[in-house]
Design a protein around this ligand. Sequence first.
Ligand code: BGC
Length: 330
Amino acid sequence: MNRTSIIYSFLILSFLTMISFSFYYYQKAKAYDQKVEERVVSETALPTYHLALIGEEMNHEYWRLVGEGAKKTESEYDVIVEFESPKRSNPEEQLKLFDMAIKSKVDGIIVQALNDKFIPFINKAVDEGIPVITIDTDIKGSLRHAYIGTDNYKAGQLAGEALVKDTGGKATVGIITGSLSNTHHQQRVEGFIDVVKQYEGIKIVAIEESNITRVDTEEKAYEMLIEHENITAFYGTSSYNGIGIVAAAKSLKRQDDLYVITFDNIDENLQLLETGEINAIVEQLPYEMGQKSVEVMMDILDNRGVQDVYHTDLSIIRRSDLPIQGGSST
Ligand code: BGC
């Protein structure tokens, strides 16, 4: 082999090696790109089911907990839950959200059914093949598949029993309810009255509504205390009632001689329980309601049988139950 042939052979060999390497790396890069593409597609793929959860108020601590419970459960199924509520309590706006959910053809609707006006919307959704679960507040006479939440009449009874026990059966009571027209508040008041009316020493002298705000509660409680100087106890049926009642009592320097029972163990209520300005709280389980509602909706969508009603637990908390007190009574 002469020198020229050696050089040519070398060049041809180098060229072939280069081509083989390029081909090898091209194939490798292609396989990698394909994997990345597959991963991106699987990560962005939409879950099979899309649910709407419609509550009373978007930035309310109680509803935030309901939403968190639902979101936590979402990760256990092939489902996405969209939590929507009016900014401020407004049943008409809630119905608009309900209508939008029906029109968007979601796979299931979980809704707080505040009053009779919700019935046609529930029935329309069910007629169109969208299952509906009521949460927190149930409405009788609709086609809803199940209710998940507090037994609101029983919650009222528990509040009545706690007030009887803590006041020794002697009290002049003012009631501040979240709403006079929403079913769950009506039931909480009914349950309470059915218990306390059995005690001669207990008189209810006034009942007003707060539209679930602390400001309205404070105003109504203030007026009640002026009009009925003999009030010795307050019963509040929604989360911020206790806070508003305490504020009114403070402005009139009545905070030390009033008994206050209210709903929900939100942070501010627990702080007032610790200071003794609230005496008892009816504890509901909003987080568990959110969790259970998604579980039950998935059972419906996967054709597993469900119950008509799932009542979440209820309890009364007093200062002596707070961990900070070491469980000792005061
Ligand atoms: C009720 C909810 C209400 C919330 C806000 C709770 O006690 O169960 O229906 O939205 O209070 O006040």
